[in-house]
Design a binder for this molecule. Structure first.
Ligand code: PMP
Length: 352
C-alpha cells in the first residue's frame, strides 16, 4: 500500500460532532425549513428530469437566475457543491506547490485545510485580541509575503465580526494576490464585496445556499468574479460536477427571496436579543454580524459545553482552536431554541 501523502497525514480533519440532541445550534444552519411551496414545486420539477442524461454542464439556467438576482452577467458566476467546493476550485486553479496563501486567524479552517492538502504554503496573519484586523500589520505582512491568494471571510467564522470594508483596499494595494471574500453569511451583515468584484479581476466573492436559503442539505454555493477567473474555474472543476437536482432547487429557491429576507430579519433580531441577554449574564461576546455568536463565560468551556448538552442544547466548542481558549459558538435558532439555550447557560453558570 502506498504511504498516505504527507499533506493529508498531517491533517486534523474537519470535525463537528453531530450529537443526537433536541436542539442543535452548532453548525450555523438556518433553524427554519425552506417554504412549503418551495418543497412542493421542487418535487414536482423532479418529474421532468432526464435521468439518463448528464446534467447541464454549466448550469446555465441556474446561473441566469442568479445573475438576475445579483444584477451581474451569467459569465461572472461559477456554481458548485456548496461554497466549500467553490473555495476548493479556486485553490485548485490558483494555489498548490510553490504558491502562498494568506489567511487571518481565528478564521474558517477549511481555507487552510484545502490550501495545505494541495501543497500550498499557508501564512497566517493573527487578528488582534478583540478579533479585529490591524491594517498596518496586514499591509506589512502582505508586502513581505507577496501571496498568490488571500482569504477574508466577511462576516468571519467563528468570530461573527465583519472587518472594515477598507481592509479590501489595504489588501489590494499591498499585493497582486487574488482576494477571495468568503461571504457565507453576507445576508446577515451590512456590506458585501460583490460590487467591487465586478470591477476587479483580483476580487472574487463566494456565497452559499446553506444558511440564508435554508438549504444546507442541498450543498450549493457560487462565486461572483470576473469572467476570466470564472473561465479558469470551469477548467479546474470536474465535468458535470453539479447535478440536475441542485440546479433545479437553486433556480426555484430564488423565487422565494421575500420569505428568505423575512427569515434573515427574524434571525438578526433574535441574534440581538441573545447578545443582549448574554451581556446581561456577564458573558463576553464577540459582536456578531452573522447568524451565530461567539461567547466566553467565566467558567471552563468544556464544562459549559457538557452542561448545555445536559440541557439538550448542542453548541460548538471552539476552545481547542487557535486563539480561542474558553470560547463557544452558538448558532442562532428559533425563539424557543434560543430561550432553551439561555436557560441552560444560566443554570450552568449557577451550578456549583
Ligand atoms: N465559508 C464559511 C466562512 C463557512 O462558515 C462555511 C460553513 N461552515 C462555508 C464557507 C461552507 O459552506 P457550504 O459549503 O455549506 O456552502
Amino acid at each position: 500500500m502506498p504511504e498516505l501523502r504527507p499533506e493529508i497525514a498531517a491533517m486534523p480533519g474537519y470535525h463537528s460532532p453531530q450529537v443526537d440532541v433536541p436542539i442543535r445550534l452548532n453548525t450555523n444552519e438556518s433553524p427554519f425549513p425552506p417554504p412549503e411551496a418551495f418543497v412542493s414545486e421542487f418535487t414536482e420539477a423532479l418529474q421532468d428530469v432526464s435521468w439518463n442524461r448528464y446534467p447541464d454542464r454549466t448550469a446555465s439556467r441556474l446561473r441566469d437566475r442568479l445573475a438576475a438576482y445579483h444584477g451581474v452577467q451569467p459569465e461572472q458566476l461559477f456554481v458548485a457543491n456548496g461554497s466549500n467546493e467553490v473555495l476548493q476550485t479556486i485553490l485548485l486553479a490558483y494555489a498548490g506547490p510553490g504558491r502562498r496563501v494568506v489567511v487571518f486567524e481565528p478564521g474558517y479552517q477549511m481555507h487552510v485545510q484545502i490550501a495545505r492538502i494541495l501543497g500550498s504554503e499557508v501564512i497566517v496573519i493573527e487578528r488582534n485580541e478583540d478579533f479585529t484586523l490591524d491594517g498596518a500589520h496586514v499591509r506589512e505582512v502582505l508586502r513581505e509575503v507577496q501571496p498568490h491568494l488571500v482569504f477574508l471571510s466577511s462576516p468571519n467564522n467563528p468570530t461573527g465580526q465583519c472587518d472594515d470594508e477598507s481592509m479590501i483596499d489595504i489588501i489590494g494595494e499591498a499585493t497582486d494576490a487574488m482576494l477571495v471574500v468568503d461571504e457565507a453569511y453576507a445576508e446577515f451583515s451590512s456590506w458585501s464585496a460583490i460590487e467591487r468584484a465586478l470591477h476587479s479581476d483580483r476580487i472574487v466573492v463566494s456565497r452559499t445556499f446553506s444558511k440564508t436559503w435554508s438549504l444546507a442539505a442541498l450543498r450549493l454555493g457560487y462565486l461572483v468574479g470576473s469572467s476570466d477567473v470564472i473561465d479558469h474555474l470551469w477548467t479546474a472543476v470536474l465535468p458535470y460536477h453539479l447535478d440536475s437536482m441542485k440546479q433545479i432547487a437553486g433556480e426555484l429557491a430564488l423565487k422565494f427571496t421575500d420569505d428568505m429576507n423575512e427569515r434573515v430579519s427574524l434571525i438578526v433580531s433574535e441574534r440581538e436579543r441573545v447578545q443582549t441577554a448574554l451581556i446581561e449574564l456577564d458573558v463576553d461576546v464577540s459582536p456578531s454580524s452573522a447568524n451565530f455568536v461567539l461567547f466566553k463565560t467565566r467558567r471552563d468551556a468544556d464544562f459549559m459545553w457538557s452542561a448545555l448538552l445536559d440541557h439538550g442544547v448542542l453548541v460548538r466548542n471552539c476552545s481547542s482552536w487557535p486563539r480561542l481558549e474558553g470560547w463557544l459558538r452558538l448558532t442562532i435558532g428559533t425563539e424557543d431554541e434560543n430561550n432553551a439555550f439561555l436557560a441552560g447557560l444560566q443554570s450552568a453558570l449557577e451550578k456549583e
